[in-house]
Every structure is written in structure tokens, then in C-alpha cells.
Design a protein around this ligand. Structure first.
Ligand SMILES: CC(=O)N[C@H]1[C@@H](OP(=O)(O)OP(=O)(O)OC[C@H]2O[C@@H](n3ccc(=O)[nH]c3=O)[C@H](O)[C@@H]2O)O[C@H](CO)[C@@H](O)[C@@H]1O[C@H](C)C(=O)N[C@@H](C)C(=O)N[C@H](CCC(=O)O)C(=O)O
Ligand SMILES: Nc1ncnc2c1ncn2[C@@H]1O[C@H](COP(=O)(O)OP(=O)(O)OP(=O)(O)O)[C@@H](O)[C@H]1O
Ligand SMILES: N[C@H](CCC[C@H](N)C(=O)O)C(=O)O
Ligand SMILES: [Mg+2]
Length: 487
């Protein structure tokens, strides 16, 4: 594609230098630049991409997009905001791929990974070719690719959509983080369905207030568009039982489909029955009623399945097929994952790392336990500090044996993080074991028949970040070893 054809998408951009080179790729990272690349200078939190412009040219870049003056011998496209330009150019360069996919974006504090997998599963079962983008990985059909972010930057995203279109993907189920919405990573993504799971405290280091955080998530709904034609209707799938939904309803012009248990909802669950094996409930929808069975426990999973049913209905999947699909869903790695070494008590690894998710998962565990509830929990460093005392208090409220330990301390002093947690507890006994492996071993050695051990916070993670080091660490493997070596 010629540079000037791309620039038609940036009507007021100024070009310095009049060449019109062939653009073979677009990159924002010098480490990926090749002959024929259009290099975009992004100001990040660590580096300013403008300082790499010359290095990019030396590696073969034939044009530069910049918001600051850069001295290079190739055409420079001057724009006020390179991040916005990147999203627009990437969408154009890859041929507007998201318009060719049925794109489902899922946002909310908790449940994005869970819902995105359930959604993908029901479409897989419905014989659609699916893609998935999120915390764990990107998947195109059976192929899995590593991801650095829950929602990748706009360039990576558009490239991924392009690959999905080339693989003849029908439906993409994708997590959309609040960071991504604020950063413009999904500018140029044409969503067909936007899903809201819930809004509770997290990321107050980044968004500063809950209101700001709520508005950040709102960007998914306000940008959804208002295509009311029967071929491309847009839908906002909202949680009727979460107060924030009325705000999202007010800022979107898409069709609304609400799901819930308590308030009036289009997709509503009733007669919910839990057992140790799973959950059964009845669901009323605009297209009829059905009985749902899933091999998952916890009221939060009822919400996740309701959101999934609503998404399936937006697409036009028959209710019976959606319900059949849900019945074979086997869960997500690191989400309420059982570690089974034939021990006499359940050991559960779960990704709960927010106050609300910890409370949800602990109340579920509490309802299942006949004896003691052990919880091994910590809080991440360089993240929202205000959630630390609240999570500690919740651990003490619902567990008989709370054990505070390290999560990913990152650049912070692990002792200081634990002190922040302890500040939330006044009248309850808890144990502090700074080394996560020792904390897991302790809980597993202490637990007996009728008890449950919950290891919270790191779920699927296979590393622990301490200072600058990324060390191998997997709660599931550590727990397995501890069970085998139980004393
Ligand atoms: C704070 C933040 O969001 N940072 C993101 C940002 O990195 P950054 O701002 O540090 O970028 P930088 O390293 O300063 O680099 C600036 C520019 O120089 C370029 N560069 C850099 C070095 C070099 O040698 N050559 C070069 O060209 C870079 O490619 C980039 O274009 O851009 C990167 C590429 O897109 C992201 O991977 C990175 O996410 C980091 C890893 C991160 O931890 N982000 C978190 C806060 C986040 O976004 N989390 C949400 C999930 C939250 C949730 O749980 O809901 C997510 O969606 O992942
Ligand atoms: N709908 C829900 N409401 C509240 N808690 C939930 C819900 N679904 C899952 N959880 C809890 O939250 C944890 C994280 O779930 P999940 O990974 O699906 O969320 P996420 O939104 O993708 O998180 P992240 O933003 O960190 O990627 C789970 O391990 C479970 O304990
Ligand atoms: N996406 C979340 C993941 C937190 C996982 C937890 N283990 C931690 O490191 O705090 C975040 O970056 O805040
Ligand atoms: Mg996730």
C-alpha cells in the first residue's frame, strides 16, 4: 500500500518530504522494523518512541509518523496524537478487518476472561470458527499465541484481526480492559456486541476514582454505534443487578439486552440450585425458557453464564444450542481450578485478586466446606494499594485460617505490602508467611478431611515477579508438590 493512500485516512496530517514509498508494514517498536516499514513514534511510560526514529530508519523504515520534530531522511507525517494515528492507520492498512468479524468485547472488573471463554465455547460448539483475545492468550481456531496485555495495543490488535479474517474466523470473543479503553487500544475496532460484567474496586492507581473507572469502561458502550439495520445490529449486554449499568444504558445508542437474577432482566435466572458438582437453574429469555446446567460453582458463574446466553441470543444462536454448549464447558485455567493429587480435601487455585472476586470465591468455598477454610492470599505490588486492607479483611471474614503472603511484589518491599494488608484487620487471628511457597505448604500441611484450601490471586500465572526478576512460579505445581510431600 502506498503511503499517500494510507494518509487519506488522516485528512489533516502534514507530510514533511514528498516521497510516496510503498508501505510493507507498520510498526511502533524498533525491534520489529524491517525494510519498507512505516514507523510510528509512541510516547510510553518508559520510552519516548521519537528517540528511536533514526534507529528505525537505519533498520529500513521508509516513513515516520511523529507528533514531535524528528530529524530523518525519510518522509515524516506530523500528527497531533500518534497513538490515535496508529489505530486509524492500522485499521486501514489491514483492510478494516474488524468489520469482517463478529466482534464481541467484554469489559468489567471481574469475569472478563471467564465470560470470553464461555462465549468462545458456545460458538465452537455451534460449529463457528472462533478467535479469542485476552489475559491468557490469543487464540485463532486451534492455534494459541502468547499475549503481553489483556487487550493488546491497536497495532497488534488490527494485525490479529487480519490474521483471523485470513483464517476465515466468524466470531471473536475479546476482553477489553479499562486501560485499553483509555489508551485508545480499541480505536478502530468495530464491536458488534459489548458486554458489561460488573464494576467493583480495582485499578485505583490508574483511574484515581471509581467514577473515572466507571467512565473508562463506558467508552466501550458510548463508541458502539447505532446500526439499527437488520444485518448489523449492535448490542449492549448489561448486568441488570449492577448499578453502573444504568449509566452504560444512558450513553449507548445500541440495542440493550439485560441479564440478571434480582432486578428485571431480559435474560433472567431463577430456581438456582448449587451442588458440589455444578449449578442448575432455569432461564427466561425473549425467545423462551430453558434449564441450564454448568459444571461450575458460585453465584458469579451464574452471572457469567447469563451474560454468555445473552451474547449467543444477540448473534442469533438458538437457545437450545447455547444451553447445550454451556453444559460441556469445562472452566478456565486458574479460575476455581481444582488441584487433585487424591488428597482428602479440595485444593482450589483461583485468580481472585480484587476485593469483590475474593469475597465471591470465599463465600462459595465457605458454603461448600464442612470444616476449616484456609485461604492463602497476597496483593500485587505497583498496583492499587487501597485494595490491600480490604482484601485482608475479607479473607479474615470468610476464612477460618487466613494466611497472608506475597503475590507479585514487583518493585515494592513485600513486607510493606503485607503491612498494608494487616492494617485492614483488627480483631482476627491470621498468619503471615512472606514466602508464597512456604505459605502454600503450611496451608496444605494443616488442612484435613472436611477442610478446603483456597490459593488466591495468581490463578493461571506461571511466574512470580520479585523486584526485576521474573521467577518460575505456578500455584498449581507448588500445591501439587506440597500435597505429595505432605507431613
Ligand atoms: C502502562 C502501560 O499500559 N504500558 C503499556 C505500554 O508500555 P509503555 O508505555 O511502557 O511503553 P514503553 O516501553 O515506554 O515504549 C514506548 C514506545 O517505544 C517503543 N520502543 C521501546 C523500546 C525500544 O527499544 N524500541 C522502541 O521502539 C515501544 O514499542 C513503544 O512504542 O505499551 C505497551 C505496548 O502496547 C504495553 O505492553 C504496556 O503494558 C504494560 C506491560 C502493562 O503492564 N500494562 C498494564 C497496566 C495494562 O495495560 N493492564 C491491562 C489489564 C488490566 C486489567 O486487569 O483489567 C491490560 O489490558 O493488559
Ligand atoms: N462475574 C464475576 N463476578 C465477580 N467475580 C468473578 C466473576 N467471574 C469470575 N470472578 C472471580 O474473579 C476472578 C477473575 O476472573 P476472570 O479472570 O474471569 O476476570 P477478569 O475480569 O478477566 O480479570 P483481569 O482483569 O485480571 O483479567 C475469578 O478467579 C473469580 O474468583
Ligand atoms: N491484570 C491484573 C492482574 C493482577 C494479578 C495479580 N496476581 C497481581 O499481580 O496483582 C493487574 O495487572 O492488575
Ligand atoms: Mg482477564
Amino acid at each position: 500500500m502506498k503511503l499517500h493512500s494510507l494518509l487519506e485516512y488522516l485528512p489533516f496530517a502534514k507530510q514533511i518530504g514528498d516521497h510516496n514509498p510503498e508501505i510493507l508494514s507498520i510498526e511502533q517498536d524498533t525491534r520489529k522494523v524491517m525494510e519498507g516499514t512505516l514507523f510510528i513514534c509512541i510516547k510510553g511510560s518508559i520510552f519516548d518512541g521519537h528517540t528511536f526514529a533514526q534507529a528505525a530508519v537505519e533498520k529500513g523504515a521508509v516513513a515516520i509518523v511523529a507528533s514531535e520534530p524528528v530529524k530523518v531522511d525519510v518522509p515524516v507525517i506530523s500528527v497531533p496524537d500518534t497513538n490515535r494515528a496508529m489505530a486509524i492507520l492500522a485499521d486501514a492498512f489491514y483492510g478494516h478487518p474488524s468489520q469482517k468479524l463478529y466482534l464481541i468485547g467484554i469489559t468489567g472488573t471481574n469475569g472478563k476472561t471467564s465470560v470470553s471463554h464461555m462465549v468462545q465455547h458456545i460458538f465452537n460448539e455451534g460449529k463457528k470458527k472462533t478467535g479469542l483475545i485476552g489475559t491468557l492468550y490469543t487464540k485463532i481456531g486451534e492455534d494459541t499465541f502468547e499475549t503481553k496485555n489483556t487487550t493488546p495495543d491497536s497495532l497488534t490488535l488490527q494485525k490479529t484481526y487480519h490474521q483471523m479474517v485470513r483464517s476465515i474466523t466468524d466470531v471473536v470473543s475479546m476482553e477489553v480492559s479499562s486501560h485499553a479503553l483509555v489508551n485508545g487500544r480499541v480505536w478502530g475496532s468495530d464491536f458488534d456486541v459489548a458486554v458489561f460484567t460488573n464494576l467493583t474496586q480495582d485499578h485505583l492507581d490508574y483511574h484515581k476514582t471509581m467514577d473515572e473507572y466507571k467512565q473508562a469502561k463506558g467508552l466501550l458502550f458510548s463508541r458502539l454505534g447505532n446500526k439499527y439495520d437488520t444485518k448489523h445490529p449492535k448490542f449492549a449486554v448489561l448486568n441488570a443487578d449492577d448499578d453502573a449499568s444504568s449509566y452504560y444504558e444512558s450513553i449507548t445508542s445500541a440495542h440493550i439486552l439485560k441479564y440478571g437474577i434480582e432486578q428485571a432482566a431480559d435474560v433472567k435466572a431463577f430456581d438456582i440450585q448449587f451442588s458440589n458438582k455444578g449449578t442448575t437453574y432455569s432461564v427466561k429469555t425473549p425467545v423462551g425458557e430453558s434449564v441450564v446446567h454448568v459444571n461450575l460453582v458460585g453465584i458469579f458463574n451464574v452471572y457469567n453464564t447469563l451474560a454468555t446466553i445473552a451474547v449467543g441470543l444477540c448473534y442469533g444462536l438458538p437457545l437450545a444450542d447455547i444451553v447445550t454448549g454451556l453444559s460441556t464447558f469445562q472452566g478456565v485455567p486458574g479460575r476455581f481450578e481444582l488441584v487433585n493429587e487424591h488428597q482428602e480435601f479440595p485444593v482450589i487455585v483461583d485468580y481472585a485478586h480484587t476485593p469483590d472476586s475474593l469475597e465471591n470465591v470465599l463465600t462459595t468455598v465457605q458454603s461448600m466446606a464442612k470444616g476449616r477454610v484456609f485461604v492463602v492470599v497476597g496483593c500485587g505490588g505497583d498496583r492499587d494499594k487501597t485494595k490491600r486492607p480490604i482484601m485482608a479483611q475479607i479473607a479474615c471474614q470468610y476464612a477460618t485460617d487466613p494466611i497472608f503472603t506475597s503475590d507479585n511484589p514487583r518493585s515494592e518491599d513485600p513486607q510493606a505490602i503485607l503491612k498494608d494488608m494487616e492494617a485492614g484487620v483488627t480483631d482476627k487471628q491470621y498468619k503471615v508467611i512472606i514466602d508464597r511457597k512456604d505459605a502454600i505448604k503450611y496451608a496444605i500441611n494443616e488442612a484435613g478431611k472436611d477442610d478446603i484450601v483456597l490459593i488466591a490471586g495468581k490463578g493461571h500465572e506461571t511466574y512470580q515477579i520479585i523486584g526485576e526478576q521474573v521467577l518460575d512460579f505456578d500455584d498449581r505445581l507448588v500445591a501439587r508438590e506440597a500435597i505429595r510431600n505432605r507431613v
